[in-house]
Structure formats: structure tokens, C-alpha cells
Design a protein around this ligand. Structure first.
Ligand SMILES: Nc1ncnc2c1ncn2[C@@H]1O[C@H](COP(=O)(O)OP(=O)(O)OP(=O)(O)O)[C@@H](O)[C@H]1O
Ligand SMILES: [Mg+2]
Length: 364
């Protein structure tokens, strides 16, 4: 089912005053789509999910699931009547029950709950989906973090919901397991064809799993698009630095031809780059360049049209697949991703070269 969220507003009143948790959020999730809300802590991700699940009542706006308005226009459908399954930020599985009973629990909550043999089959089928059928009788305290997460996922899926809501389901797991489960969850949702809303503050997770991402900040959506769009064509410096690493250079526009490359002067040099529409000479801008788009060399290469700046190595951290190098460029720290085999010495001078296409320019 399609999910539509229209002008959603949610305020919380606390002793410190009013908190605007959601300040007019709009988005649509298409049938079978994997849609992710990505943003820093406190930006309103969980609140959005909880409003869709019916665990919070919005102060304004509408939520439509399929053809039905489940919240808004003075209406609010209770959570158990919404066709959704949810996995919470903390797994929230019951420690006094076995794996089987945890997963069977939602089936017992509906009036027309299925009789025993059918119920057992449904539960076992769902456990199979998450590869937990062998552990059906185990009490949940005797499970690893990853296994507990699978149980939470099975419990969310057992009622065969139309929409799956996942709130940072992998944040309590170690890096390796997180990567494994990331792929599994993505595959599972694709196989089931289920409409999925995923919440995370981890940009890699969002890029790896999503069909589309909405980047949130302070109760609003700043930009929505495919992972490629968001990473390669960020519309604001905030989005650029939130999805991946980036270097910012402040400068003034020196050349702004009607078509073709412009030129921006920064203290340490000048860059050829495409300027946003309407930019004129003298305008203040920020030029963003990602570390992986800079190549570092000991001698200055003067390939035509390539931007070059000079920096001094301040730190070089070996990361296995690359070296995370910090250089001082005209008093500013710049990050470059350098080949793993490079033998860098602190204090050494390097030249960083990058193509004009690697630059994204924002007007100040
Ligand atoms: N029950 C509540 N009472 C008062 N304020 C709340 C309540 N729940 C959330 N908030 C506030 O609303 C804002 C959004 O919170 P929310 O939990 O949606 O953020 P989040 O994006 O999920 O963050 P995190 O990544 O830390 O989980 C925050 O400022 C938070 O402090
Ligand atoms: Mg949250």
C-alpha cells in the first residue's frame, strides 16, 4: 500500500516549553518502495514513525495508508487497525517468552485471531523468513543481539502487514552484523514487496538500503531523492556533510560566464567549477569537494582544467582500504582519501588535484 504524509505537525509540551518535533512534513512512499528518513538525533524521525503507527496523535496534517486516511480531519484510527508492522529502536521483545511466543503475540491481539494449527504454521513460516525457525523454543534472553533483532522483525511481519516501519533496527549491533542484516532486511522487504519506511542516522545504511532517502533536520525534510541524488547532488551544505565526508572552501566568484565553467577564488587558489544559476561576480559561495575525489601527488600535475591546491600533511590514519589524510591548506584542515600504499610523512607537502565536476557550489 502507498503511504502519504501531508503537512504533518507534532508538538510536545514539556517543562522547558514547547518542542516542535515535526514542522510540516510531506512525503509519499510508493507501493513496495524502501523509503528512509535520515537525520541527526532529535530531528523527528521516530516521531514521524510513531504518528504513522498511531502511537502519537499529530497536531496537524494527514496520514493516508492505501485509500484510507488513518490520521487527520479529526480522525485517528487505533494502531491495531492500521495495516502496519513496526520494529522499535530498542527491540522491545518480551524476555519472559520464547521466540515462538514473541512472534505469535500480535496474532493474539486481533479479535478474529487465527486458530492454533494455522497460527503455528504462520509463526513458523515467519520465523523461517528471518532464519530463526531452529530457535523457536528458546527463551529470548538466550539470544544474541542479532537474533533478538530477527525476532523483532518476525513479530512485525507475522500479521502480514502492508507497511513495515523500522526505527533504527540495527543501531545496537556491531559493525559486521549490521552490514549483514542490512542486506538481509533489504532482500526480505524486496521479496515480500512490502512498503517500507526505515529510520536511521547512519548515512551508509541509508545509502545502501534505500530506494529513496529524505534527509531531515529540526522537524523538516531538507531534501528527498535517490541515494545517488542525495550524495552526488546535495542541495545544501548540511546535506552534503551529513551524507558522507566533505571539504568546504569559502570564496568569492571571480568569473561567471553565462555558459560553461565559472571560477571561484579561495585564499589558497582558484577553482574552476560550475556555478548555480543566477550566480554573479563577487558573490560569496561555498565550494564542496569530497575527500575521495581528491588525488594527492608529491609533484604538481598541471593537467589542463584540473583544480590543484597545496597542503601540508598533519595526520595520516591507515584505514586498510585507504589512508585518511588531513592536510593543512592555508590554515584550514582538508581531508583527502589517499591510496593505501602511499607512504606519507607528517609535514610533507602534497598537491591535491580534483576535477571541476567534483565541485558542488552553494551560494551563501
Ligand atoms: N514524549 C516527548 N516529550 C517531549 N519531547 C519529545 C517527546 N518525544 C520526542 N520529543 C522531542 O521531539 C524531538 C524529536 O524527537 P524524535 O524522537 O522524533 O527524534 P529522532 O530523530 O528519532 O532522534 P534519535 O535519532 O535520537 O532517535 C526531539 O527534540 C525530542 O526531544
Ligand atoms: Mg529516534
Amino acid at each position: 500500500m502507498k503511504v502519504s504524509v501531508r503537512r504533518l505537525v507534532k508538538n510536545y509540551d514539556s517543562v522547558q516549553g514547547r518542542v516542535v518535533a515535526l514542522d510540516g512534513i510531506d512525503f509519499d512512499i510508493e507501493v513496495g518502495e524502501f523509503y528512509t528518513l535520515l537525520g541527526p538525533s532529535g530531528c523527528g524521525k521516530s516521531t514521524t514513525l510513531r504518528c504513522i503507527a498511531g502511537l502519537e496523535h499529530p497536531d496537524g496534517g494527514e496520514i493516508i495508508i492505501g485509500e484510507k486516511t488513518v490520521a487527520g480531519k479529526g480522525r485517528s484510527l487505533p494502531p491495531n487497525l492500521r495495516p502496519i508492522g513496526m520494529v522499535f529502536q530498542s527491540y522491545a521483545i518480551w524476555p519472559h517468552m520464547t521466540v515462538f511466543n514473541n512472534v505469535a503475540f500480535p496474532l493474539k491481539q486481533v479479535k478474529s485471531w487465527v486458530p492454533n494449527p494455522e497460527r503455528t504454521e504462520r509463526v513458523m513460516e515467519t520465523l523461517k523468513l528471518v532464519k530463526m525457525e531452529a530457535l523457536a523454543d528458546r527463551p529470548t534472553p538466550f539470544l544474541s543481539g542479532g537474533q533478538q533483532q530477527r525476532v523483532a522483525l518476525a513479530r512485525a511481519l507475522v500479521s502480514r502487514p502492508e507497511v513495515l516501519l523500522l526505527d533504527e533496527p540495527l543501531s545496537n549491533l556491531d559493525a559486521k552484523l549490521r552490514e549483514e542484516l542490512r542486506i538481509e532486511i533489504k532482500q526480505l522487504t524486496r521479496e515480500l514487496g512490502i512498503t517500507t519506511l526505515y529510520v536511521t542516522h547512519d548515512q551508509l545504511e541509508a545509502l545502501a538500503m534505500s530506494d529513496r532517502i529524505a534527509v531531515m533536520r529540526e522537524g523538516r525534510i531538507l531534501q528527498e531523492g535517490t541515494p545517488r541524488d542525495i550524495y552526488l547532488r546535495p542541495q545544501t551544505p548540511f546535506v552534503a556533510q551529513f551524507v558522507g565526508q566533505v571539504n568546504f572552501f569559502q570564496g568569492g566568484v571571480a568569473e561567471a560566464p553565462a555558459s560553461g565553467m565559472g571560477k571561484v577564488d579561495i585564499g589558497a587558489g582558484s577553482f574552476a567549477c560550475a556555478l548555480p544559476q543566477g550566480t554573479g561576480i563577487g558573490d560569496r559561495v561555498i565550494v564542496a569537494v569530497r575527500p575521495e575525489n581528491m588525488s594527492a601527488t608529491r609533484t604538481r600535475s598541471d593537467e589542463n582544467g584540473v583544480n590543484v591546491i597545496q597542503g601540508v600533511v598533519e595526520q595520516a590514519v591507515f584505514l586498510g582500504d585507504s589512508i585518511d589524510c588531513q592536510l593543512s591548506v592555508d590554515g584550514q584542515m582538508i581531508r583527502a582519501k589517499v591510496e593505501q600504499t602511499a607512504d606519507l610523512g607528517l609535514g610533507e607537502t602534497l598537491y591535491l588535484a580534483f576535477r571541476p565536476e567534483a565541485c558542488t557550489v552553494f551560494r551563501l
